[in-house]
Write a protein that binds this ligand. Structure first.
Ligand SMILES: [Zn+2]
Length: 183
């Protein structure tokens, strides 16, 4: 499925998915996988829709949500309407962006965990000093700091978010974050 969303104009994601499904009730790419062929199709549509938006040809955009099932050969556009009582686009209640708890999630099929911390301050100097003191030499660029400790690969973005690879337990990932990145 894909749908171009223009804030304030088109229905937002929450207009057609008002509440997230409870965890464990729907299949995910981790539990049933992804059919390889569909990812290219969706990516092609997404990048083309993005080009239309960037070149201001928005009248050519897909109106609504394009649903493609290449296994059962089903291809349709559904047109969800903008909900007048939508918590996100009409009430401006961005509860998922404003959540106050630390967030740690498994990333599908990557043997990785993403940590989205409560405290988003990243002091590059502090982290570099910390790593230097234990003899770790990180790779630094304008997007992230990456370093490896005992086969565990840390990618730390400057908004505080980190992807920790080769870890399977959420608590282990959180404690690694606290140990090497947090204060
Ligand atoms: Zn909405």
């Amino acid at each position: 499925m894909l749908s171009p969303i223009i804030p304030g104009k088109t229905p937002c994601f929450r207009c057609f998915m008002p509440e997230p499904p409870s965890s464990g009730t729907i299949d995910t790419c981790d539990t049933i996988g992804v059919l390889n062929g569909i990812t290219n199709i969706i990516a092609s549509y997404q990048s083309t829709e993005a080009l239309k938006i960037l070149t201001q040809k928005t009248k050519n955009l897909i109106e609504g949500l394009l649903y493609i099932d290449i296994w059962d050969n089903n291809f349709e556009v559904v047109n969800p309407s903008k909900k007048s009582k939508c918590k996100a686009c009409s009430d401006k209640n961005y509860e998922f962006l404003n959540r106050k708890d630390e967030d740690a999630v498994h990333l599908c099929g990557k043997n990785s965990i993403q940590i989205n911390p409560l405290n988003k301050e990243v002091s590059v100097e502090h982290i570099m000093n910390k790593l230097k003191s234990i003899g770790v030499n990180p790779q630094v660029n304008s997007f992230f700091i990456r370093f490896e400790i005992d086969d565990i690969i840390f990618t730390l973005f400057y908004d505080g978010r980190a992807i920790i690879k080769n870890v399977t337990e959420l608590n282990k990932a959180k404690s690694l974050y606290a140990q090497y990145i947090g204060y």
